[in-house]
Design a protein around this ligand. Structure first.
Ligand code: PLP
Length: 441
């Protein structure tokens, strides 16, 4: 039977991720095409992409350069083993990633997703200390409300209760810092909030509790996205860096959403001018087109493993698809599009307009906070009493009916448009959202 790309077939077999499956299958929402800032729906509408897919299509959709690179690579070298064999494209991409990474980041370990990047970084942290003769450093520290993907390490250091509570005992030896959401002090702040740097001091409490010699790493999102956009207060990340350094603890920035221009700089590490020991990435690395992730490390982390006889494998970790040729080709083409179109700079230039547009919703019905940074925006809604998440989900459905794609988490609307967004798109997105908010229960 020919594949029908335009009409839904039987919806039963596909168990959809992070989806209200029964609700969806009664009333499906299907995309069948995409170009630049828009999706095409199965009923022929153009929907403005306010979320870059899932925070990943930073260069916009179906960009010819990326499409052609994938086609060419698929015809030339479809797959090469990643263990004990190589191919030039993966090496070239790694060099180009290092070129745009903060000074001090020198190595790239490939994965296939953000979740795998997180697992990889956590394992690297523990193995790094072992290689340095500090095998007692196994404890991992995350943060409340953190999102680090869905695998066991990631949900253990993560702090979103629904992602954790159904899945047993998780990893042992994990602790959490407090989140940095302080609505009483920071509500309506534009950009980076003033209050809350002191929350990083909680790491000293954990060090006092467990002993620094038991702690391998701290992992945080520089800007927390999936929990509903929580920003780092001024001075907070700097403090975390200082405390981790003081105690010999590795600092991992989970840059899966902040990487590749989301804040108007290549990475959040540059935006905040704080250098972590490792950065986890995915999404914008290939513009979301082909699954690929990467852990970026300093020379210090990498070199700790480069010991022992040269014929020995240094790190017993990797994936069948690490550095897959087609994904690598997509990555190179994506980085070229970012560069040729100066998309990171464009994001930085339009960010103030984005900020003003978002904050114009301050007096809209149900809005209790607005947060923004770079091309990230969050509109927090007052939950319906006794029915958390319902109001925002209703906003999502009504927005889709009005041809804009937004995302909701809890009662927060989160937006992260492609970096090619123009002012008139912002006007449409925020204007339509204002109309939607007026109609909400
Ligand atoms: C900060 C962060 N880390 C990890 C992930 C997981 O990425 P993936 O869904 O590619 O596994 C995400 C996904 O949204 C993320 O935002």
């Amino acid at each position: 039977m020919a594949l029908d790309r335009k009409a839904p077939n039987d919806l039963n077999a596909f168990w959809m991720p992070f989806t209200a499956n029964r609700q969806f299958k009664k009333n499906p929402r299907m995309f069948v095409g995409a170009k630049d800032m828009h999706y095409t729906t199965s009923d022929g509408r153009q929907v403005l992409d306010g979320t870059a897919g899932l925070w990943c299509c930073n260069a916009g959709h179906c960009r010819p350069k990326i499409t052609e690179a994938i086609q060419k690579q698929a015809a030339e070298l479809d797959y090469a083993p990643a263990f004990q064999m190589g191919h030039p494209v993966a090496f070239e991409l790694a060099n180009r990633i290092v070129e745009i990474a903060p000074k001090g980041i020198e190595h790239v370990f490939y994965t296939n997703s953000g979740s795998e990047s997180v697992e990889t970084a956590l394992k690297l942290a523990i193995a790094y200390h072992r290689a340095k003769g500090q095998g007692g450093r196994t404890r991992l520290i995350g943060r409340e409300r953190g999102y680090h993907g869905v695998n066991f390490g990631g949900i253990s250091v993560g702090g979103i209760v629904n992602n954790r509570r159904h899945f047993g005992t998780l990893l042992a030896g994990v602790d959490h810092l407090p989140h940095t959401h302080l609505p009483e002090q920071n509500r309506w702040t534009k950009g980076q909030p003033e209050h809350g740097a002191y929350l990083a001091d909680d790491l000293e409490r954990l060090v006092a509790l467990h002993g620094a010699e038991t702690i391998a790493a701290v992992i945080v999102e520089p800007v927390a996205g999936s929990t509903g956009v929580i920003l780092p207060p001024k001075g907070y990340l700097e403090k975390l860096r200082a405390i981790t350094k003081k105690h010999g603890i590795l600092l991992i920035f989970d840059e899966v959403i902040t990487g590749f221009g989301r804040l108007g700089a290549p990475f959040a590490a540059q935006y905040f001018d704080v250098l972590p020991d490792m950065m986890t990435t995915a999404k914008g690395l290939t513009n979301g087109v082909i699954p690929m992730g990467a852990v970026l490390t300093t020379a210090d982390v990498h070199d700790a493993f480069m010991d022992g006889p040269e014929h020995m494998i240094e790190l017993f970790h990797g994936y069948t698809y690490s550095g897959n040729p087609i994904a690598s080709a997509a990555g190179i083409a994506t980085l070229e599009v970012y560069k040729e179109e100066a998309l990171f700079e464009r994001a930085a230039a339009i960010a103030p307009y984005w900020e003003e547009a978002l904050h114009s919703l301050r007096d809209a019905p149900h809005v209790i906070d607005v947060r923004n940074m770079g091309l990230i925006g969050a509109i927090e809604l007052d939950p319906i009493a006794g029915e958390p998440t319902k109001r925002a989900f209703e906003a999502f459905l009504r927005a889709y009916d009005k041809n804009i794609l937004i995302r909701t988490t809890g009662d927060i609307i989160a937006m992260s448009p492609p970096l090619m967004i123009e002012k008139h798109h912002i006007d449409t997105l925020i204007g339509t959202l204002a109309d939607v908010l007026k109609t909400l229960p």
